[in-house]
Write a protein that binds this ligand. Structure first.
Ligand SMILES: Nc1ncnc2c1ncn2[C@@H]1O[C@H](COP(=O)(O)OP(=O)(O)OP(=O)(O)O)[C@@H](O)[C@H]1O
Ligand SMILES: [Mg+2]
Length: 266
């Protein structure tokens, strides 16, 4: 039976590469699972970093997000893989998904494919949260993610180049929102790889707080070697090092996500 609470669909997106989208999507998905939410992470990047980070070898993927888009999987359920982590499943990706941009571009309603897939998943009533790990571009995959989402989280580093990218991203989000998805809310800008002792980081943060007042997550993610270690061991932070600063920071961000997305206070 369908629950009363609609599924929360959250994109982690930023067209800039290497800003912490995958790390944040993966660790927020894991922490939300630990907090009792039933979570489906959908890897929307042909680089398949979320897929590998959960210990799933790219070439062992039976049905990927590409098969779901192209209906090669008979049913979306075929592509959902349960992980060994609490309340966390994934739809994996692989290189084949790289061709979807070109394949979609010729089709009518090309921006709403993922929205239709999400509707089918929602009907299963298996998940409270669907999390998208987006690729580093504002192409058709990211557009599909934003059209299908209720919330957007923008991971960003505290660097001056990030400010330029954010202006462009905000313009695209505004256009997508007004044209296709009035229900899209920006849940916030998530500062990643933060080094507060660097004067430059602090300066950029001040600029961000000026331009995007009230939109920055209270919890910042510090730069930490534990994060690169956990990804080389293909384990989410909570399971790799539960009480590390990074793990606790992502847990705290996840509580903010619940507060913002569901209007609850934890
Ligand atoms: N807080 C952090 N401290 C240290 N290293 C980090 C942190 N966050 C991410 N990294 C590292 O930075 C690199 C890029 O991170 P990640 O893959 O999450 O970015 P991305 O935005 O998903 O990249 P892409 O645009 O290629 O998809 C990775 O090697 C990751 O381990
Ligand atoms: Mg990534």
């Amino acid at each position: 039976m369908k629950g009363t609470q609609d599924v929360q669909v959250i994109s982690f997106a930023n067209q800039k590469g290497g800003v912490g989208k995958t790390t944040s999507a993966l660790n927020c998905a894991t922490s939300l699972g630990v907090l009792g939410k039933r979570v489906l992470l959908i890897d929307l990047d042909p680089q398949a970093n979320s897929t590998s980070a959960l210990g799933i070898p790219k070439n062992s993927v039976k049905h990927s997000i590409y098969d779901v888009f192209t209906e090669k999987a008979n049913n979306v359920c075929e592509a959902i893989v349960e992980t060994r982590y609490k309340n966390l499943s994934i739809i994996p990706s692989n290189m084949s998904f790289a061709s979807i941009e070109a394949e979609l571009s010729a089709l009518p309603g090309r921006e709403s494919y993922l929205k239709r897939i999400v509707k089918k998943i929602d009907e299963l009533d298996l998940f409270d949260y669907i999390i998208f790990d987006c690729p580093p571009s504002l192409g058709m995959i990211t557009v599909n993610a934003l059209v299908a989402s209720t919330g957007l989280i923008i991971p960003t580093q505290c660097e001056y180049f990030a400010l330029e990218g954010l202006t462009q991203l905000m313009m695209s989000v505004k256009a997508i929102k007004s044209r296709y998805n009035l229900g899209l809310n920006i849940l916030g800008i998530l500062i990643t790889m933060f080094t507060p002792r660097f004067k430059l980081s602090q300066e950029v943060l001040n600029e961000l707080e000026k331009y995007y007042f009230g939109m920055i997550f209270d919890q910042k993610i510090s730069r930490s070697v534990v994060i690169s270690e956990s990804s080389s061991f293909a384990e989410p932070l909570h399971y790799y090092s539960k009480y590390s600063k990074s793990s606790l920071e992502y847990m705290s961000v996840s509580k903010e996500i619940i507060t913002k997305a569901e209007g609850l206070f934890l």
